[in-house]
Design a binder for this molecule. Structure first.
Ligand SMILES: [Zn+2]
Ligand SMILES: [Zn+2]
Length: 337
């Protein structure tokens, strides 16, 4: 039986306890509706950290994390049409919905109660091979190499949905709280749409990156931006930042919380934080249409993707560096070939 290198989480725990374990696993066999993909790059997402540390309850144990995969189709099941061996494919977080529930039928498949996710409900891309249902794989734009494409598959797509949920008006001001992988891509999309962008983050290197990409101003994590915000996105998984972000909003402004996990939000004051029709919104994954729209946008407006590559056999270091804010842009795992 052919085997492959992989990392799995069997017992989630604090990253200092090294919850990722290097293993050898059989190369998966694609089901009738699946592609087998040889992984060429897998970007690391903060959600992987939540899976490893147990902030997200285990859905499968052990599980191979990783849901921002760029790879090459090396085989597929009999029922697959439209994909061929040798195609470049992208694998993202959402990998199953029922297509029949009230949410799916009204275009909100991201809210489907039967949804399943790569690297949480099914094994993901911290490995040399992985499988994906063909209907949930993405065609990828030209003009990017594998390593620079990988972060687009969650950081890019979810950031794009968060930007839409924040309802940034044309030519408006956008505040971005936390400036990692997703934020640095979302900022570029907003800037391309004519926004003025302010960056709030504790990392000096991330503030520099924000300014170099075209942000007008960058300050500390809970610093008051120099002008009222029409829209804001909270990328940092820090509930303590919700009150300062809400009070930075202009009348009618919207704050979207991009992450799947957030520490507790402190008590809000209605007058200071919500009145004058300020809105606080969550963002739940994405629809496949969000993904296709964002990838089309990335094809039309080349994005500058900042990556920190790691060999696959240093996945545990990559996660530890992400936890400690030591990664600029996106960490990307690269299997040996
Ligand atoms: Zn559904
Ligand atoms: Zn993600």
């Amino acid at each position: 039986m052919e085997t492959m290198a992989a990392w799995e989480v069997a017992a989630p725990g604090p990253i200092a306890t090294r919850p990722l374990r290097a293993v050898r696993r059989p190369v998966p066999v694609p089901a009738a509706d699946e592609l087998l993909v040889r992984v060429r790059a897998c970007a690391v997402c903060r959600t992987d950290l939540h899976v490893a540390e147990g902030d997200l309850p285990p859905h499968r144990s052990p599980v191979i994390p990783g849901h921002q995969v760029v790879g090459e189709v090396t085989a597929h099941g009999d029922a697959v049409t439209g994909w061929a061996v040798g195609d470049r494919a992208g694998i993202a977080w959402l990998r199953h919905t029922d297509g029949t529930c009230v949410y799916c039928r009204r275009g909100q498949e991201n809210l489907c109660p039967a949804s399943r996710y790569t690297g949480w409900d099914a094994d993901g891309g911290y490995a040399e091979y992985t499988v994906v249902p063909a209907d949930y794989a993405y065609r990828l734009p030209d003009g990017y190499d594998d390593v620079h494409l990988a972060p687009l598959l969650c950081a890019g797509i979810i950031g794009y949905r968060a930007l839409r949920r924040a309802e940034l008006p044309a030519g408006g001001t956008l505040g971005i709280y936390g400036f990692g992988s997703s934020a640095h891509l979302t900022a570029q999309v907003a800037l391309a749409q004519g926004a003025t962008v302010y960056v709030m983050t504790r990392s000096a290197a991330a503030r520099e990156l924000g300014l170099s990409l075209g942000a007008t101003w960058a300050g500390g994590a809970d610093e008051q931006p120099p002008a009222p915000l029409d829209a804001a996105i909270l990328f940092a998984p820090v509930g303590d930042l919700v009150p300062p972000a809400l009070s930075a909003l202009d009348r009618g402004g919207t704050l979207a919380v991009a992450g799947i996990h957030l520490s507790d939000i402190p008590v809000l004051n209605y007058e200071r934080h919500l009145f004058q029709e300020r809105q606080l919104r969550s963002v739940a994954a994405n629809t496949r249409d969000d993904g296709r729209e964002f990838l089309a946008l990335a094809a039309a407006h080349p994005l500058s993707v900042t990556v920190t590559p790691y060999p696959l056999d240093r996945a545990d270091d990559a996660l530890a560096d992400l936890a400690a804010d030591r990664v600029e842009g996106a960490a990307v795992l690269i299997p040996r070939c």
